[in-house]
Design a protein. Structure first.
Length: 96
């Protein structure tokens, strides 16, 4: 079963910020510059957490992971966007 996760991060270093953004593109879709929606299995979530931990500085940076539920149920309906939505092809332009 896949759950939808909202992942937001606050990274203090520009190099780490770009690396985390690129890594997150492999796990989900950018909603904002530092916010992603990710539909992941339990194993994929663990892999994402390990990958982010390798890049970030635990003492300076922060990543928040919110489990909003199964993609097939409530999780697929809880994220709403007001205004212009980011299309998948625009994701590359968001790289800082």
């Amino acid at each position: 079963m896949r759950n939808r996760y909202i992942v937001a991060y606050d990274v203090s270093d520009g190099t780490r910020l770009r690396r985390i953004f690129k890594k997150m593109n492999g796990f989900g879709d950018a909603l904002q510059y530092s916010v992603f929606a990710c539909d992941l299995s339990s194993k994929e979530r663990v892999l994402m957490e390990e990958a982010l931990t390798e890049i970030m500085d635990i003492k300076e940076d922060r990543v928040i992971i919110i489990d909003v539920g199964p993609v097939e149920g409530r999780g697929g309906d809880v994220v709403r966007t007001l205004g212009r939505q980011v299309k998948p092809k625009e994701r590359e332009a968001l790289i800082v």
